[in-house]
Design a protein around this ligand. Structure first.
Ligand code: IPE
Ligand code: IPE
Ligand code: MG
Length: 231
């Protein structure tokens, strides 16, 4: 049953593990690349929708630091999809979405890095939703990066300092993490930020994920009783 407008709590920061592209393709007798292509279409639709309903920050897991273990051909295809998305992104400038990238970009192709920077600059003054795209991202690696930044600045290693130096900057708490595809694990996503996140899993494969499914996850989130260790 869906909740009425008044009962609905829109999470400030939502994280999505965009999983199930390969299985979606396999079910249709298609190559995995077709699943990734379809997943990219879903990503655009869900991003627009999240902005429309007033989510302040959306972090999407696009490529993990462990995904390099995949066949080279698949990795190359995924990287080429990022490039074409980022080249097109100029057309989404009117959406007022502020795009940022999290993860270690230093090992990515130079032209991909340039496109990432270009998109961040292009949207830096946007006042709508912050969209964090996680590429070559791992939660453990991010914690280490933050610790290095803290020490480099000569600060002491406190929760506060670490939080302020994470890749996610001002959105250091994630309220809701959604993982479609039937897997029920975090796979190294937002480890630090998810300490008190609500987790919603669904069997839908990412390319089939629709705005209604985001609504359903938000309804589920709204019904949860978040206690943060209190009573
Ligand atoms: C998620 O879909 C996309 C990436 C990890 C890049 P998968 O490719 O993991 O799809 P499944 O899990 O094999 O179905
Ligand atoms: C998590 O999905 C990473 C992304 C969606 C980018 P995986 O498909 O890589 O996760 P595992 O291997 O099933 O844990
Ligand atoms: Mg997967």
């Amino acid at each position: 049953m869906s909740l009425g407008e008044s009962e609905r709590i829109i999470p400030k920061h939502i994280g999505i593990i965009m999983d199930g592209n390969g299985r979606w393709a396999k079910l249709r007798g298609l190559p995995r690349s077709a699943g990734h292509r379809a997943g990219a279409v879903t990503f655009k639709e869900i991003t627009r929708y999240a902005n429309k309903i007033g989510v302040k920050c959306l972090t999407v897991y696009a490529f993990s630091s462990e995904n390099w273990r995949r066949p080279e051909k698949e990795v190359k295809y995924i990287m080429s999809l990022f490039k074409s998305y980022l080249k097109d992104a100029v057309n989404y400038a009117d959406e007022n979405i502020k795009t940022r990238f999290i993860g270690d970009r230093s090992v990515l192709d130079k032209d991909l890095q340039d496109l990432m920077e270009y998109n961040e600059n292009l949207s830096k003054d946007a006042t709508g939703m912050v969209l964090n795209i996680a590429i070559n991202y791992g939660g453990r690696q991010e914690i280490l990066r933050a610790a290095e930044r803290v020490l480099e600045k000569g600060l002491s290693l406190t929760e506060e300092n670490l939080t302020a130096n994470m890749d996610t900057e001002n959105f250091s708490e994630v309220d809701l993490i959604i993982r479609p595809s039937g897997e029920e694990r975090i796979s190294n996503f937002l480890l630090w930020q998810s300490a008190y996140a609500e987790l919603v899993f669904s069997d839908i494969l990412w390319p089939d994920f629709k705005p209604e499914d985001l609504d359903a996850a938000i309804d589920e989130f709204s019904r949860r009783n978040r206690r943060f260790g209190g009573v």
